[in-house]
Design a protein around this ligand. Structure first.
Ligand code: PDD
Length: 286
């Protein structure tokens, strides 16, 4: 098993020096990315991840130079050649390399890089017992719906969470709770699940969509895509985060105060079980 990279369709060693100084991803964050989980040697939910990649490319006007089938092949090649069966594949496409000026260069070819790494330490204990989060101001730009490389607000927020001994920082814009620095955020109140609507102010997570469009329906749960403010949180019975690596993560403490009785709630548990079952089915895991 070994970590591997890929640049413009060619497999490389992870630490090969392949990006030129003037790549616009490096200089401007001018690019987009995706992260997909690998379970049992198969990519989970690859189609929706690639659909979102094409949407992000369109949103920042980078031409798509790889077909869906080619990108699937690259994911499969990385899994096969690395021998990694449990891990994550990172993919990014930048506008390409050109002398540094802000407007789009006239002649530039987008640059695709990918890498595969084995999963880190298991989140099992956190999935079972829940995690602590803090609330912080959302200081990001107004196109958080684009999965762009510009993640400074997210990086600073996550570091703040880490320094506070928390798993995640959930952001508040004006009065409204938006999302985590690398996850979407949900609360349960009076049996109804609430989450921020998929506007320009959050990333429409693939895991979020699976919860909304698939798991909640299967489990007959009611979800409301509606904004709520920080004071709303005082009365919630459950809270959880969703994300590709985060999966469905129970939140048992917010800003040092226990959510309800600090024990993972029944709706979160049901969603976790249904999500695991879906991975088992899609990736042939048992
Ligand atoms: N983060 N919101 C933000 C800001 C994110 O960065 C992510 C994912 C999500 C959840 O999206 P999804 O369910 O599609 O993973 C929500 C990725 C995994 C990352 O940056 O590593």
């Amino acid at each position: 098993m070994r970590e591997l990279g890929l640049i413009n369709g060619r497999l490389i060693e992870m630490n090969d020096n392949v990006i030129t100084m003037e790549d616009r991803g490096h200089q401007f964050g001018d690019g987009v990315y995706e992260v997909t989980k690998v379970y049992n040697g198969k990519c989970f939910a690859l189609r929706p991840h690639l659909d979102r990649l094409y949407q992000s490319l369109r949103a920042i006007r980078i031409p798509a130079t790889y077909t869906f089938e080619e990108l699937v092949q690259f994911h499969e090649a990385l899994i096969k050649e690395s021998g990694i069966t449990e891990g994550a594949i990172y993919l990014q496409i930048t506008r390409g390399a050109a002398p540094r000026v802000h407007p789009f260069p006239e002649q530039v070819v987008p640059c695709l890089t990918m890498s595969i790494r084995p999963s880190g330490p298991s989140n099992q204990e956190m999935w079972e017992k829940g995690v602590k989060i803090i609330l912080i101001p959302d200081e990001r730009w107004l196109r958080c719906d684009i999965k762009s490389l510009n993640l400074l607000g997210n990086v600073l927020g996550k570091q703040q969470a880490k320094e506070a001994g928390c798993y995640e920082a959930v952001m508040v814009r004006g009065e409204h709770i938006t999302e985590g620095t690398s996850s979407n955020f949900f609360v349960v109140k009076d049996g109804i699940i609430w989450t921020h609507p998929a506007t320009n102010l959050i990333l429409k997570g693939i895991t979020r969509t699976i919860v909304l469009e698939r798991l909640a329906k299967e489990l007959d749960l009611t979800i409301l895509e509606k904004t709520f403010d920080a004071s709303f949180i005082k009365g919630v019975s459950e809270a959880f985060l969703t994300g590709t690596s985060t999966e469905i993560m129970p939140v048992t403490s917010i800003d040092g105060k226990a959510v309800h009785d600090g024990i993972v709630g029944p709706i979160t548990r049901k969603l976790q079980l249904a999500y695991t079952k879906l991975i088992d089915e899609e990736c042939g895991r048992n």
